[in-house]
Every structure is written in structure tokens, then in C-alpha cells.
Design a protein around this ligand. Structure first.
Ligand SMILES: Nc1ncnc2c1ncn2[C@@H]1O[C@H](COP(=O)(O)OP(=O)(O)O)[C@@H](O)[C@H]1O
Ligand SMILES: [Mg+2]
Ligand SMILES: [Zn+2]
Length: 504
């Protein structure tokens, strides 16, 4: 009989908070009450924890047990508290000495047989513990590599509840497995594979340098998918903070490969066009799963065959793209996941998808118009670069001349981004994100002469105000890649040409 407490971590989105699991064992009919705003999974935990304790050979107190998770106002999702609950109950009711875990957080789901099973989100959970000054974390064995990515906290692993109990009695040790060799990182696809197709290569370079959203149209075989897949390879590597954020999101999604280390390369996600809204923006019960747009945080969200996506799905992307985060409405409020992804869209110019392109198209114009209606509107409004690509000529495929590899392009991208960051000094990080008001600011406004190609198009009714802004953003990126101070009329012309999507 007595009272005990063990610490664990609750996650809201990617933010963790250290919580206290307290157990009180008092005389009375054997029962277990869990309180502290538990969700459905937490009440299921009661049966799991009891069975796991039995099957670990420990004695389950036959008394009135109250378990409380504090602070009460913190929403607690998932099954990661099982191990902490079991230890707290045994300490309160069966005199298990918990001194060795006095300064620890304990994470892990319990199987009925007493195994400690992996949970999602161990990286952000341990990170939160470390930031809260906790110096020791016990995690499921399968999650030990991601937990070790967190500085300033000692990490040990448990494969079963019996081991944690044995550790507390001093008869067993926790596991400290040798670092697994990380799975070989697939080498990034290289732009050197893309022969000819100067326009497509230019689009990818500009998209990387300015962090512009892009849409590529062209017949099958034009190389759209090939180009998009090579964008991450020319994006700057993630810095420490970004790498932690991205890896944490993949930890919560449960998509980290065993043994994987911090993700340093910009991620790419290419959801299939049959993907649901939840798959794209996130959702699910309990600890919400981040969607493709969050798994593409600081990287690329590639919507291949984008005209085939349900329009509701595309609409659902608009707000997250604007805000750089996803807000998921949950039973208990809201979960927020970062979602600062760069959008790349690809589509055939029309539903018949003839290799010869527009000339060969046999679609009735109504069909073509309906197809393209899906690809206009508010989402497309955010896409700075919208181009038609022609298939590569056979001569280019036979040409043996060396094509510039991604490494060379990436160097120019880094320099261009540096120039942009300096210029916007805090107002924006990249040209693709500069607010329109900043573009119009006297300090950055371009002269009439430079803007002339755009004003002509606008006066002819062929360019909207939005399109005008987008072209100015792209013009700045062209300038930055060229290492010049300010756009000239030629830059504006090229930018205009890069939104010359002709299909209607
Ligand atoms: N510029 C190119 N250089 C080399 N191969 C190319 C090029 N364009 C297309 N290909 C070849 O054609 C295939 C189809 O390209 P893909 O990117 O799938 O086209 P799309 O997505 O436009 O239909 C590629 O796998 C590649 O083998
Ligand atoms: Mg394709
Ligand atoms: Zn057609």
C-alpha cells in the first residue's frame, strides 16, 4: 500500500511535455481506475498493463488502485505510458524500489506477454525530456537509435517489463546496444541523368534556388517525374534544427527505418493520386499521424499526375502550404504539425495523354477544359513556375557530352539562397516566400522599364495581378543565380516565359 510516481512524456503534435504518472494503492475491492483525461487507448492500457505485469512474473496488487496522469489538462495520446503505469503501480502496491528511475522518463507500450513494444514519436519525446532537464530515458529497444539522437540525456533500452523490474531490484541491467550501422542512404538521383531538356533542368534549378512551387505539364515521357525526383538532390542539406524537426515528424509517423540517424537530406513525398485527405494532411485516431505534407517538411511534396487527385484533396493542401503547418481538429482540441513543404506538380496536358502532346490530342475541348479546371484556382495561384515541357529530342539522348551533375547545380543554389536571405534580411528566407508587400516596398520595387514585359501582358489581359507577383519573385531568383544585384528586363522576360503554360 502506498503511493509512487514515474515520469513519462506526452506529445501534442511534435511538442512533448514531461508528465507524471502517479499511482495510489489503497485497501478495498481490487480495481484499477485511470484518470487524467485519458483517451480510448489509455483505458485499453489498463488490461494491457495488468496482463503484462502478470506475465512478467510480478505480483499485481489486489487492492484499489488509482492511476493519475498529471498535469490533468495535458492531452495524453497513445500507448507510450504503459511501462510507466506498470512501474508506478508496482512501486505503490508491491514495494518495487524505483530510486534508480527517480530522474528518468519511461516510454513504451506493453504487450500482453510483458514485452516493451516500440512507440511512435520517441525522438520528440526524449527531446522534450532532455529540454526539461531530465537526464535519463528508458525507451523501447526498437526506438533506441532515434532516442540517442538527442543530446544531453542518457538513453537505455528495455525489451521487456521484466528487465525494468530487474533493473530496479539491481539484478539486471538495461540494454545499451552497440550503435546499429545506419541503413545505407540511397544516393540521391542525379540531374546528370537528364539529357537535353535544358528547360526542365532550368526549372528545377530555379525551383531549388527560390523555393518556388512548380507545376510541369507535358506528354508522357517528357521527363517530368524524373526531374521532380531530382529536386531534393539540389536542395541545400537540412541544418541541425531542420534535421531534428523532419526526423521527429517521421518518428511520429513511425516511418523511420530501424537504425536510421538524423535525416540530413531534404525529404520528398510522392503520394499516389488516389491518396485521401488524411494521407496528405494527416489524421487518424489517438496520436495523429502526420500526412505527406508534414513528412515533406523542409522538402518536396510531389503530386505526380496531379490532375487525377480528387479536387477536395488538392483544396485541403492550400491552407497548410500558406501557413507552413497543418492544424488537425481532434476530439480533444487541435494537433499542429509543421508542413513547410515545396510543392511540385506534374500532369499531362490533357486526359488522353498522347505521347505526341497537344498536336496529337483527340480530346473534345470540353473534356480538356474540365481537366484543367481542376488545376486552376487557389492552389495553382501559389505556384510561381508553371511550364510546358516538350519531350527530349532523340539527338540529346545520343549526345555523349557531359551533363552538369546535381553537385554543381547545388553549389549555385546555395549561393543564390544566401544572396536572397541577405537581401530580405528577416522579411523572408527565400524568394518564393517573399510577401507581396515586400516586393512592392520602395527598397525592392523594380523600375517601370524592367517591369515593362509584365505590364504589357497585364494590359493585354493575359496576366493577373497574382501572376505578376509570381513572375517578379522568379525574376529575383534568376538574378540571384546569376550573381547580380537587381533583376533586369531580361530576367523578367524569362520569368514570364516560365509561366507560359499554354494549355487551356
Ligand atoms: N531528358 C531525358 N534524358 C534521359 N532520359 C529521359 C529523359 N526524359 C525521359 N527519359 C526517359 O523516359 C522515361 C520516362 O520519363 P518520366 O520522367 O517518367 O516522364 P513523365 O513523367 O514526363 O511521363 C524515364 O524513365 C527516362 O528513362
Ligand atoms: Mg510521370
Ligand atoms: Zn487529349
Amino acid at each position: 500500500m502506498g503511493y509512487a510516481m514515474v515520469r513519462s512524456v506526452a506529445l501534442h503534435g511534435v511538442v512533448g511535455e514531461v508528465i507524471v504518472v502517479e499511482a495510489d494503492v489503497a485497501p478495498g475491492l481490487p480495481s484499477l481506475v485511470v484518470s487524467g483525461l485519458p483517451d480510448a487507448a489509455l483505458s485499453e492500457a489498463r488490461d494491457r498493463v495488468r496482463a503484462a505485469v502478470h506475465n512478467s512474473g510480478a505480483y499485481w496488487p489486489q487492492q484499489r488502485i488509482t492511476v493519475n496522469l498529471l498535469p490533468a489538462h495535458v492531452r495524453k495520446h497513445g500507448s507510450g505510458f504503459d511501462a510507466a503505469v506498470a512501474i508506478a503501480v508496482l512501486a505503490a502496491g508491491a514495494d518495487l524500489p524505483i530510486g534508480r528511475l527517480a530522474d528518468a522518463v519511461v516510454l513504451g507500450e506493453l504487450g500482453l506477454d510483458g514485452t516493451v513494444r516500440p512507440v511512435r514519436g520517441v525522438l520528440p519525446a526524449v527531446l522534450a525530456a532532455s529540454r526539461a532537464g531530465v537526464s535519463f530515458a528508458v525507451v523501447p529497444l526498437a526506438n533506441v537509435t532515434e532516442a540517442r539522437l538527442v543530446p544531453d540525456i542518457e538513453v537505455r533500452a528495455a525489451d521487456c517489463l521484466g528487465r525494468i523490474i530487474g533493473y530496479l531490484y539491481g539484478s539486471q541491467t538495461l540494454l545499451n546496444p552497440a550503435a546499429e550501422r545506419p541503413p545505407p542512404e540511397a544516393s540521391a538521383l542525379d540531374l546528370a541523368d537528364v539529357l537535353g531538356q535544358e528547360r526542365g533542368r532550368r526549372v528545377i534549378e530555379l525551383a531549388a534556388a527560390g523555393r518556388h512551387h512548380v507545376a510541369m505539364f507535358g506528354p508522357p515521357g517528357a521527363g517530368k517525374t524524373m526531374l521532380a525526383a531530382r529536386l531534393p538532390g539540389v536542395l541545400p542539406p537540412l541544418d541541425d534544427q531542420e534535421a531534428i524537426e523532419v526526423t521527429a515528424l517521421h518518428s511520429i509517423a513511425g516511418t523511420l527505418a530501424p537504425g536510421s540517424t538524423l535525416m540530413r537530406r531534404a525529404p520528398i513525398q510522392a503520394p499516389h493520386h488516389t491518396a485521401s485527405v488524411a494521407a496528405l494532411v494527416g489524421g487518424g485516431s489517438g496520436l495523429a499521424k502526420p500526412g505527406a505534407i508534414s513528412l515533406a517538411h523542409h522538402g518536396v511534396l510531389f503530386l505526380d499526375e496531379c490532375a487525377e487527385f480528387a479536387s477536395g484533396v488538392l483544396d485541403a493542401l492550400r491552407q497548410p502550404l500558406e501557413q507552413g503547418q497543418v492544424r488537425l481538429r481532434r476530439t480533444y482540441g487541435e494537433t499542429v504539425y509543421p508542413a513547410r513543404a515545396q510543392l511540385v506538380m506534374a500532369a499531362n496536358p490533357c486526359p488522353c495523354a498522347r505521347p505526341g502532346g497537344r498536336q496529337m490530342c483527340q480530346c473534345p475541348s470540353i473534356v480538356r477544359r474540365r481537366y484543367h479546371a481542376r488545376l486552376s484556382g487557389p492552389l495553382m495561384d501559389r505556384v510561381d513556375i508553371q511550364v510546358d515541357l516538350d519531350p527530349v529530342r532523340s539527338a540529346a539522348l545520343l549526345d555523349t557530352e557531359q551533363v552538369e551533375p546535381s553537385s554543381v547545380v547545388a553549389e549555385r543554389v546555395v549561393e543564390a539562397r544566401e544572396a536572397a536571405r541577405e537581401r530580405w534580411s528577416g522579411l523572408a528566407k527565400t524568394n518564393g516566400e517573399v510577401p507581396a508587400a515586400v516586393l512592392r516596398d520602395r527598397k525592392f520595387r523594380l523600375s517601370r522599364a524592367v517591369l515593362h514585359p509584365l505590364t504589357v501582358e497585364m494590359d493585354r489581359g493575359r496576366l493577373s495581378a497574382r501572376g505578376f507577383e509570381r513572375s517578379v519573385r522568379v525574376a529575383w531568383t534568376i538574378t540571384d543565380l546569376d550573381g547580380r544585384e537587381r533583376p533586369v528586363a531580361g530576367d523578367v522576360c524569362e520569368a514570364l516565359e516560365l509561366r507560359s503554360r499554354t494549355v487551356r
